[in-house]
Design a protein around this ligand. Structure first.
Ligand code: NAD
Length: 498
C-alpha cells in the first residue's frame, strides 16, 4: 500500500460538503433520467448523508443504452486502434486532472479512506486505462501455415456491444478493468455499476465525452441488479457480458445467457483465499504485516482477501502475536481525515452481516483481536479488524466468504496438510505462501488451485498479469493481454490465389 500522499491537513470534508453530485445515468453521450422519472437515493456509509438521487433505470432504459452502444459500434470499431489509443489516453489525462474529485466521490460512495482512493484506487484505474490504451495498437494478427496457393489471416475482431456489471468494493478500478480492454479492442460498452457505488463511473463517462469519445461508445446505466443487471443479461443485442460479483449472481448470468443469445461471459466471482506461513519464513514480522494487509485492507471487502491464515504449529503463537500487532494498523477512522487505517464498510446493513459472522466465531472459538463495532460521525458502518481462532477447519468461518475485516487463524503441521486445508473450498481465486525454501515455494504453488499464487507476498496483482479464478471463482481473466480474450474473437480470412 502506497501511503505517501493525501495530507491529513487537506480539508476533504469541506470539499465533500461543496461537491455537486449528479446521479443521472449516462446514455448515448449525455446525462439521462430514468424513463419513468424514478430515482433512488445513494447514501454514504461514512456518515449516512444522501449523496445524490440516482436514476432508477429499468428494462426500457437498458434498451436505450444498448441501442446507443449498437449505433456507436461501427464507427468505433472502424476508427482504428491508434485513434482509439489516443482517445483512451486523453481520458486518462482527464482522469488525472480530476483525480481528487474522483477519489472523493469514491470515498464518499464506498467508505474507503481518502488516503486509499487518492493513492491506490484512482491512480490504479488511470494506470490500467493507460496500459490498455498502449496495448491497443500493439496487437498483431497471425499468418498460419496453409497449403500453397492460399494465405490465411487470423485477426482479432471485437464482439460488438459489451455489458459490464461490476461490484461496489473497487468501483472505479474494476470498471476500468472491464471497459479499458473492451473499448481498446473496438467494442462499445454499457456498464452497470453497483447500486451502492455509481458516482465515480458516472463522472468517468462525462470525462470520456469531454475527451472526445463518440456518443454511445461508453454508457453508464444505474439501477438494481434485479432490474438493470438482469435486463442486460437477458438482452438479445448484448454480445458479451463481463461480470465481477458473487458466485450466486454468476449462476443467474449463465442461465440468462443460455436462455437468450448465448452471449459470451467472463465471470469473476467470489473467493476464500488462504495465506500459508511455513516455519522457515525468513522475515516473520514482514509476513505478519502482509498477512494483516491481505486480510483487512479495504475493510476486508476484497474478493481475493487472504482471510484464512494457516500457520505452521512451531511458529503459531509467535506469529499470532505479530499479527495482532499488525492488525491494529487497520482500526477504522474517519475516512475523510486523511489518516492510515480502515474506513467504513459499504453499509451499516453489511456491517450487521459481518458482525453476525464475528458472533458465530466468538461462540464457537475465540476472538484474538478486534471484534467490535465502531460509530464514527453518526454512522455505525465501522468494524474493528477481527482475528478469530480456535475454530475447526470445517467451520463455516473457514469456508464461506465473509467479505469484511474478519480473518481466521489456524495451525497446521505438514506441507500436505497446509495444501489440503487451503484447497478445501469451492473457490479458487488466490492463495499466498511464505517460505524461504525455494523448492517448497514452487511445489506448494503448483498444488494450490488458485488463479494467482503469491509467494513471499500477498495478493500480488499488476496490469501485466491475469487475474481471475478456478473452480467457483469463475472463468475469464481481467488484466494483462489475456483480458482481450473476453472481448474479441479470432476471425480467419482465407484467400485462395493459386
Ligand atoms: P453481487 O453479485 O451482489 O453484485 C455485483 C453486481 O451484480 C452489482 O452491480 C449488482 O447490482 C449486480 N447484480 C445483482 N443481482 C443481479 C442479477 N440478478 N442479475 C444481474 N446483475 C445483478 O456482489 P456484491 O455484493 O456487489 O460484491 C461482492 C461479491 O463480489 C463478493 O462475492 C466478491 O467476492 C465478489 N467480487 C469478486 C471479484 C473478483 O474479481 N473475483 C472482485 C470483487 C468482488
Amino acid at each position: 500500500m502506497n501511503t505517501t500522499s493525501a495530507a491529513p491537513t487537506f480539508d476533504w470534508r469541506g470539499r465533500a460538503d461543496a461537491l455537486a453530485v449528479d446521479g443521472r445515468a449516462f446514455l448515448g453521450g449525455r446525462r439521462a433520467a430514468a424513463g419513468t422519472g424514478l430515482t433512488r437515493p445513494t447514501i454514504s456509509p461514512i456518515d449516512g448523508r444522501v449523496l445524490a438521487e440516482l436514476a432508477a433505470c429499468g428494462a426500457h432504459d437498458v434498451d436505450i443504452a444498448v441501442a446507443a452502444a449498437r449505433r456507436a459500434f461501427p464507427e468505433w470499431s472502424r476508427l482504428g486502434a491508434e485513434k482509439r489509443k489516443e482517445l483512451l489516453l486523453a481520458l486518462a489525462a482527464l482522469m488525472e486532472q480530476h483525480a481528487d474529485e474522483l477519489a472523493l466521490l469514491e470515498t464518499l460512495d464506498s467508505g474507503k479512506p481518502i488516503l486509499q482512493t487518492t493513492t491506490v484506487d484512482v491512480p490504479g484505474a488511470i494506470s490500467t486505462l493507460r496500459w490498455y490504451a498502449e496495448a491497443a495498437d500493439k496487437q498483431n494478427g497471425e499468418l498460419p501455415a496453409v497449403p500453397p496457393g492460399a494465405t490465411a489471416l487470423v485477426t482479432r475482431e471485437p464482439l460488438g456491444v459489451v455489458a459490464a456489471i461490476v461490484p461496489w468494493n473497487f468501483p472505479l478500478e474494476i470498471a476500468v478493468w472491464k471497459l479499458a480492454p473492451a473499448l481498446a479492442s473496438g467494442n462499445t460498452v454499457v456498464l452497470k455499476p453497483a447500486e451502492q457505488t455509481s458516482l465515480s463511473v458516472l463522472r468517468l463517462a462525462e470525462l470520456a465525452a469531454e475527451a472526445g469519445f463518440p456518443d454511445g461508445v461508453l454508457n453508464i446505466i444505474t439501477g438494481t441488479g434485479r432490474e438493470v443487471g438482469a435486463a442486460l443479461a437477458h438482452h438479445m443485442d448484448v454480445d458479451a457480458l463481463a461480470f465481477t460479483g458473487s458466485t450466486a449472481v454468476s449462476r443467474t448470468l449463465l442461465e440468462a445467457s443460455g436462455r437468450s443469445n448465448l452471449k459470451r461471459l467472463s465471470l469473476e466471482a467470489g473467493g476464500k483465499s488462504s495465506n500459508i506461513i511455513f516455519a522457515d519464513t525468513a522475515d516473520l514480522p514482514e509476513a505478519a504485516a502482509k498477512a494483516a494487509f491481505g486480510a483487512f485492507y479495504n475493510q476486508g471487502q476484497v474478493c481475493s482477501a487472504n482471510s484464512r491464515i494457516l500457520v505452521q504449529r512451531d511458529i503459531h503463537d509467535e506469529f499470532a502475536a505479530l499479527l495482532v500487532d499488525a492488525a491494529a494498523g487497520y482500526r477504522p477512522a474517519d475516512p475523510l481525515a486523511g489518516l492510515e487505517g480502515n474506513g467504513a464498510l459499504i453499509s451499516s446493513a453489511h456491517a450487521n452481516d459481518v458482525e453476525g459472522w464475528i458472533r458465530r466465531g466468538r461462540a464457537d472459538g475465540e476472538v484474538l483481536f478486534g471484534g467490535e463495532r465502531r460509530e464514527i460521525r453518526g454512522s455505525d458502518a465501522y468494524l474493528e479488524p477481527t482475528l478469530l481462532g480456535g475454530l475447526g477447519s470445517d467451520h463455516d468461518v473457514h469456508r464461506d466468504e465473509i467479505f469484511g475485516p474478519v480473518a481466521v487463524l489456524h495451525p497446521f503441521d505438514s506441507e500436505e496438510e497446509a495444501v489440503r486445508l487451503a484447497n478445501a473450498t469451492d473457490y479458487g481465486l488466490a492463495a499466498s505462501v511464505w517460505t524461504s525454501n525455494l523448492s517448497r515455494g514452487h511445489r506448494v504453488a503448483g498444488e494450490l488451485l488458485a488463479g494467482t499464487v503469491s509467494v513471499n507476498t500477498v495478493d500480488a496483482l499488476g496490469n501485466t498479469t491475469p487475474f481471475g479464478g478456478f473452480k467457483q471463482s469463475g472463468f475469464g481473466r481481467d488484466l494483462s493481454l489475456h483480458a482481450f480474450d473476453n472481448y474479441t474473437a479470432p476471425k480467419t480470412t482465407w484467400i485462395q490465389f493459386g
